[in-house]
Ligand binder design. Structure first.
Ligand SMILES: Nc1ncnc2c1ncn2[C@@H]1O[C@H](COP(=O)(O)OP(=O)(O)OP(=O)(O)O)[C@@H](O)[C@H]1O
Ligand SMILES: [Mg+2]
Length: 582
């Protein structure tokens, strides 16, 4: 229950709907209550007049018509107010669901990359869909039926007591037993559906991984294996689901049995009471209706409890993410100027989960407007430097500063808007080419999209597509070649027109001629801008003002291309092999 407290702020926001909904429930219940009294009156009227002269036949007839009309109109009015009740409370729960989903989504976006390293996508998706749905069941049906049960109980039991204390007592005996049994059954349903839910998460993750990696699966002829994995998870899901259905099947017969027992009590005890003249036969009919009215609310007590338990478990999982603080914090609300030299002082970085030391005591300065080439073999820590500059991670030791300020003290959003980062995998979004290029802002003109694509040397290919810039590139850009994807990612960055460029090995699939053209375009753009070029290929970084060579997270050589060649170290050797292989 503690976990559900988080939702109170939403309930407070929609308090008017809740109060009005409560009123509708009260009115609907009043209309539900009186028909029982009309039935009793009709019964009693008939039994009083049945033995009288034949004139009374028409009186009985009209009285019965009158009561029937009253019962029908009250039922209609009850229906109307129940409609209003759903319109207020269920609609409220949908609105809160909307707010909650948005809150979770925004929180996901705020959380740092390290959070995504730890959690599976299937899990994140389930929390925003399945878990929120269960929480909505608490906010809507559980609250609605909770209020309904309370009001109905109060009204019906007071009515019953006013007729006969003894009969009321007998009628109520099976009900607590019913509530307890239903609670036990619901708890079992709960646990089992929890397992179904977990299995569903696993199933989602398997399917999602399969479809994202479909090319690999096909080229490795691995369809059968992945299907067997899916089949195994699916079988477990089905058997867990069947377990759940078996328990659920007990639910309804249990209720019907208990109602039946109460009805037997009424007929037996009520018959005796009526025989003794304490109550009328009409009262017996009235009581049977009351019992039926009470049965569902009593049953729903168990059901509501189980919904609340499930919602609490779901909200606990949601809170687990919602209350997490992003590791990368924005300390400054003011606009920060992003300018000056970029300085790494003794920077070390260890990946939290794997404890891999990706960088060790890195020192370098990039003067404003100059370029730095980062060279090194795979896994040497090149992308980690790029990630630290973008503040996707913060260093464990040492300091990164821009101008005279620590990177951590700058406004995070200003910093990221000033950086044009082309990541190694150049992720693209499904949608049109133009949407991908103008990802950073939709305020600029179409001409700027064209200019960016020209600078990224992809203009000709785009214009050759029959749909041009409106070509839909599919999920992650599946309809493009590797080199086209890389250049589109570069165009996206050129369009952004940032102050600091970071190219992380994003020319690896581009041919040498186009690579040099793109680099020349970049150089023209970055005359007064800072740039970082990361690559395995010397041809990409040789024109940089300064180059650092990384090995196992440490700088092993530094200097300009010419300096490094003269040093005859690792850089020189690799240069020789790369030149020879061309
Ligand atoms: N998310 C992560 N969690 C744990 N360790 C990581 C993570 N990302 C990278 N590493 C580790 O950090 C080290 C440096 O990785 P980095 O990505 O910086 O290498 P790189 O020089 O860019 O390599 P490449 O040329 O292959 O792109 C590697 O040993 C890698 O295994
Ligand atoms: Mg890398």
């Amino acid at each position: 229950m503690q976990n559900l407290k988080y939702l109170n702020k939403f309930l407070w926001n929609y308090r008017n709907s809740l109060i009005i909904g409560g009123l509708f429930i009260l009115i609907a219940n009043l209309f539900a209550l009186y028909p029982a009294e009309f039935v009793r009156k009709a019964f009693d009227f008939v039994s009083e007049n049945i033995s009288k002269d034949s004139n009374s036949n028409s009186v009985i007839y009209f009285t019965l018509i009158k009561y029937s009309a009253l019962i029908i109109s009250f039922a209609l009015l009850k229906g109307l107010f129940m409609f209003f009740m759903r319109q207020t409370i269920i609609v409220m729960s949908r609105k809160i669901e909307f707010d909650l989903k948005n809150e979770i989504y925004n929180q996901y976006q705020n959380l740092s990359i390290s959070f995504y390293n730890k959690n599976k996508t299937g899990d994140l998706m389930n929390r925003i869909s399945e878990d929120v749905t269960r929480v909505r069941m608490y906010l809507g049906p559980a609250i609605m039926y909770g209020i309904n049960t309370t009001i109905l109980f109060y009204l019906v039991i007071s009515k019953m007591m006013s007729v006969s204390h003894k009969l009321t007592l007998y009628v109520l005996i099976p009900l607590p037993i019913l509530a307890c049994l239903i609670y036990i059954v619901s708890t079992k349903i709960n646990k089992k559906s929890e397992r179904v839910q977990e299995q569903l998460s696993a199933l989602t993750t398997i399917s999602q991984e399969t479809f994202s990696g479909i090319k690999i699966i096909k080229s490795f002829n691995n369809e059968k294996n992945s299907w067997l994995m899916f089949l195994k998870a699916c079988k477990q899901y089905t058997s867990k689901q069947i377990n759940l259905v078996k328990i659920e099947a007990i639910f309804f017969p249990l209720i019907v049995t208990m109602i039946g027992m109460s009805t037997i009590f009424i007929i037996y005890v009520g018959g005796m009471e009526s025989y003794s003249g304490n109550i009328t036969t009409g009262n017996i009919a009235e009581f049977i209706i009351y019992v039926n009215m009470l049965a569902w609310p009593v049953a729903s007590l168990g059901w509501i409890t189980s919904i609340i338990q499930r919602a609490a478990a779901s909200q606990k999982r949601i809170n687990n993410f919602l209350l997490k603080k992003p590791e990368i914090k924005n300390k400054s609300k003011n606009n920060s100027k992003i300018e000056g030299d970029l300085h790494f002082k003794n920077v070390s970085f260890i990946h939290n989960d794997t404890k891999i030391k990706a960088l060790n005591k890195i020192n370098f300065v990039i003067k404003e407007g100059e370029s730095l080439g980062i060279f090194g073999k795979t896994g040497s820590g090149k992308s980690t430097i790029a990630n630290l500059v973008c503040r996707l991670y913060d260093p464990n030791r040492g300091k990164i500063s821009l101008g005279d300020k620590d990177l951590k003290d700058l406004n995070l959003y200003n910093l990221r808007s000033s950086i044009g980062y082309v990541p190694q995998d150049g992720y693209l979004f499904s949608g049109a080419i133009s949407e991908n290029i103008s990802f950073s802002s939709n305020k600029k003109t179409d001409q700027e999209i064209i200019n960016a694509s020209k600078k990224a040397e992809i203009f000709d290919e785009i214009t050759n597509f029959s749909q041009g810039y409106n070509t839909i590139i599919g999920e992650r850009g599946v309809k493009l070649s590797g080199g086209q994807r890389q250049r589109l990612a570069i165009a996206r960055t050129f369009y952004k027109n940032p102050d600091l460029y970071i190219f992380d090995d994003c020319l690896s699939a581009v041919d040498a001629k186009k690579e040099q053209k793109i680099l020349r375009n970049l150089k023209k753009l970055t005359k007064r801008k800072t740039s970082i070029l990361i690559s395995h290929r010397i041809s990409t970084i040789k024109h940089c003002d300064n180059i650092i060579v990384l090995n196992n997270g440490e700088i092993v050589e530094r200097g300009s291309h010419e300096d490094l060649i003269q040093k005859k170290g690792i850089y020189y050797k690799i240069n020789e092999t790369q030149n020879n292989s061309i």
